[in-house]
Design a protein around this ligand. Structure first.
Ligand code: AMP
Length: 219
């Protein structure tokens, strides 16, 4: 049972890397705070509607809401039994400290990638609306293309269209990267001090074999 925190700038490939971890540890629970907010918005819950106004500006959703949401999820039985990959949390020091009170992580995996690559990834990324498989218009298209901007999902066979996430615009991206850079330093220092920091070159994580991934997560 592993408890992993995935940390890195937007577009570092946290979602893709989580999928690679699940390939070697299928039972582990992937918890993405961004996905939970988007799911809530889709279902028009009060939490989703509140989060959306921050997300659209590239700002962080307030800590009280976010921390409670993560606490609830981490305290569920499936997570206690199977471990977790926490993706997108913590994003500031208050969240990091709150998390240490909720649970003790095995590793804090820092995904490192240049700003150039991030921009390309974010502005080209899209996902399958049925199964959430992640693709990129420039670097990782589904295998079967039907027409301009339309493909068949490799994983579930649904027809998918290139559609950016509403917060994946150039202007919002700048804000999100600035927010990340401002908050990242003390968080990285905090986990380094706890002896949990592990750096991962995320320029192209798909080049990692299953053994590489096992090595990274210590199984
Ligand atoms: P992501 O999918 O991780 O890029 O997150 C998308 C957006 O959701 C972020 O830009 C924030 O507005 C919000 N969000 C996700 N995780 C957090 C968090 N830990 N704290 C505050 N806001 C978050």
């Amino acid at each position: 049972m592993k408890k992993l925190i995935l940390f890195g700038p937007p577009g570092a490939g946290k979602g893709t890397f989580s999928g690679q971890i699940k390939d070697v540890l299928p039972e582990i629970i992937h918890i993405s705070t961004g996905d939970i907010f988007r799911e809530n918005f889709k279902n028009e819950t009060p939490l989703g509607l509140k989060a959306k106004s921050y997300m659209d500006k590239g700002e962080l959703v307030p800590n009280d809401v976010t921390i409670e949401m993560v606490r609830d999820r981490l305290n569920k039985k499936d997570v206690e039994k199977n471990g977790f990959i926490l993706d997108g949390f913590p994003r500031n020091m208050s969240q990091a400290k709150a998390l240490s009170e909720i649970t003790q992580e095995d590793f804090f995996l820092l995904l490192e990638v240049s700003r150039d690559i991030i921009t390309k990834r974010i502005l080209g990324r899209f996902s399958c609306s049925e199964c959430n498989e992640i693709y990129n218009k420039y670097t990782l298209q589904p295998k079967v293309q039907k027409e301009e901007n339309k493909w068949i999902c490799d994983k579930c066979g649904a027809e998918i269209e290139f559609k950016q996430r509403s917060d994946d615009t150039e202007e919002t991206l700048k804000n999100r990267l600035d927010t990340y850079e401002k908050n990242a330093k003390p968080i990285i220092k905090y986990y380094k001090k706890r002896g949990k920091l592990k750096k991962v070159d995320a320029t192209d994580t798909l080049k990692y074999t299953k053994d590489d991934i096992r090595n990274i997560i210590g199984i």
